[in-house]
Design a protein around this ligand. Sequence first.
Ligand code: ATP
Ligand code: ATP
Ligand code: CA
Length: 218
Amino acid sequence: MKKQFAIIGLGRFGTSICKELYHMGHEVLAIDKDEKKVEEANQFATHAIYADATDEASLIKIGIRNFEHVIVAIGEDIQASILCTLHLKDLDVPKVWVKAQNSYHHKVLEKIGADRIFHPEKDMGNRIAEFLTSEKVLDYIDLSADYSIVEILATKKVNGKSLIDLDVRAKYGCTVLAIKQKGKVDVTPNPNDPLHQGDIFVVIGNKRDLRRFQEGAL
Ligand code: ATP
Ligand code: ATP
Ligand code: CA
């Protein structure tokens, strides 16, 4: 089903969200107070509008209240981001997702009712650090500060072994959610089946346990 989104602030973050949603076939309204940005956005948005999102009257005129989902991607100007978020919640926009610049910004956004808060630079930094510290880690989702789901590439260490041999739960406290072998995903891995170099393990657990598992078993 087609959904309607409005993106406020066409920096790198806002622009990439805009392009992706548009590419997925959704209706996207792009908003910026920089005319040049608005002009460019016409190529990857359903509509692009020039407006100052800190001005409530302008937001109303745009018809922002008709949008169920609005993303505030104003970064540097924290005051503008906060004011804009406040207006959107006052206007009863159901889902207001906001990019935060730092932890103080995050706290204020939380208080004024932002429905979801992003820290793309910090998150990406953490992800890259995770990739840098192990070439075996292929992908990674943070569930909380302590827990993640990771995709780990198995080395020849696993050849001739099974999940039972690795004793994953008892020894490492992690759970293997799925194993990808030759492009096929097995979401109910048989603990007796032989494992092979090149298998990709999708594993959930505490980050410290995951690191032990990845270093010790794979
Ligand atoms: P990124 O890192 O994603 O490139 P950023 O975090 O550095 O972006 P800015 O460049 O500060 O964020 O802002 C993103 C966009 O938001 C800019 O194009 C800017 O013109 C726009 N913007 C800033 N304030 C407002 C406002 N009050 N109304 C509408 N757009 C605004
Ligand atoms: P458990 O109580 O740990 O689930 P179990 O006695 O029910 O074990 P199995 O589920 O057959 O026996 O698994 C035996 C061992 O194989 C587990 O203790 C665990 O170390 C490992 N194992 C099997 N499946 C998985 C999995 N999906 N993820 C992690 N380890 C697994
Ligand atoms: Ca930036």
